[in-house]
Design a protein around this ligand. Sequence first.
Ligand code: ADP
Ligand code: MG
Length: 294
Amino acid sequence: MGRIRVLPDAVANQIAAGEVVERPAAVVKELLENSLDAGATSIRVEAESGGRRLLRITDDGCGMLNDDAMLAFERHATSKLSNVKDLFAIATLGFRGEALPSIASVSRLTLETHAQEETAGAVVEIHGGKMIRNEPAALANGTIITVRDLFYNVPARKKFLRSDQTELAHIASLVTHYSLAHPDKSFELRHDGRELLNVTPVETLRERVFQVFGNQTLEDLIDLGAHEKEMLVPDAAEEDRTRVFLLRGFVSRPQVQKYNRNSIYLFVNGRLIRDKLLLHALTSAYHNLMPAGA
Ligand code: ADP
Ligand code: MG
């Protein structure tokens, strides 16, 4: 017998989990993006003990069909992509089909989901990658995913989690980011029963900035308006070569000074990004206005 073996799915999922979910905020990111991809207009995030004891994301999106509720936990199972060509026209935040099986392999996960096309919804429960429940249930349209005891079966990873306060700060920053990217949706964040964020749909980014940061911050910001620029993409197909880029947002007045880059929020097509080049462009624009070391 040779020395090479194909890893069982359970092992492969746990390895993938190491990359996809390094901390509770990463779980929230994946689940939140799934909710947005499902067309949700209202998303609630609940956490307990910095997310290590419990994370629950409730949405009013399209829900999953009964047959899909189980399938969603298979590796590389996705409804967002069916061939390589689709990769070049991705309109969703996710497409790799790895998040749910990964998260379910390192936690006790419960999925409750109901698509309006079907009369009943489904409850699926998976502990450490093992399916322990799958049955029909009367549920409202949408999806609730509850993740308990993250890393309970991977003590080595659990050890790397920081204090509840730190883990919560990451979660809060993430939910804040997404609420800014989607002013037309409502977002709620609760930790240990306490409400930390609760914003209802508004028409403009300006109103959302006010909801999230308050009036003082809004007064300290300059609205960039909307800038359009046509650009040539040489590598693109002939009919797709000219693209219109639209830039909009807010920048702070010079007297507002933050000493780190965590207060910079950048999005490309609704996707949260951390890009060195863009961060650098932004900070160098302020270079002469900031004290050294900022
Ligand atoms: P991906 O997002 O890359 O497709 P995931 O593992 O995150 O992979 O999710 C697998 C599939 O489960 C998705 O493609 C989608 O069909 C379904 N799904 C996940 N979360 C939700 C949700 N909140 N509402 C509706 N469908 C969902
Ligand atoms: Mg996903």
